[in-house]
Design a protein. Sequence first.
Length: 146
Amino acid sequence: MIQRIQSVFLLLAGGLIFALLGVPFAGTSETVSASTLFSDGRYSIEDSPALLVFYLLGGALAIGSIFLYKRRTLQIRAGIFSFIAILIGMVLTVLLFLQDPVMDQAAAPDDRLGVYFPFLALIALLLAQRYIRKDEKLVRSMDRLR
């Protein structure tokens, strides 16, 4: 199960998404009282329940699909749903950031490490999908030989 390269990629994707619980997307040097996102000086996954739901759903699906190694078609579907959930989370992250009033103030936010984690998770999910499909193709070709 863990010996397969796609399991490593799925674990990496899930780990990157769950790491968002401790790493912020962006931050400011001081707190901004007019902002809903930067009221504590950092924009993280905990600032919106929708972000929390979509990112954690995507991470849980990525980790959970590791254990579906005997059912590759279901593993592919779980990976696709994980990809979609993370992608929706990324879109919501950008929309919430652009709608925040801190964009009009002098306190300019700087990006932190957490802004790159969803992109890396999507790349890891795409690589996992590639290797899962490769395994499925190999198994189907072996079934034809029987």
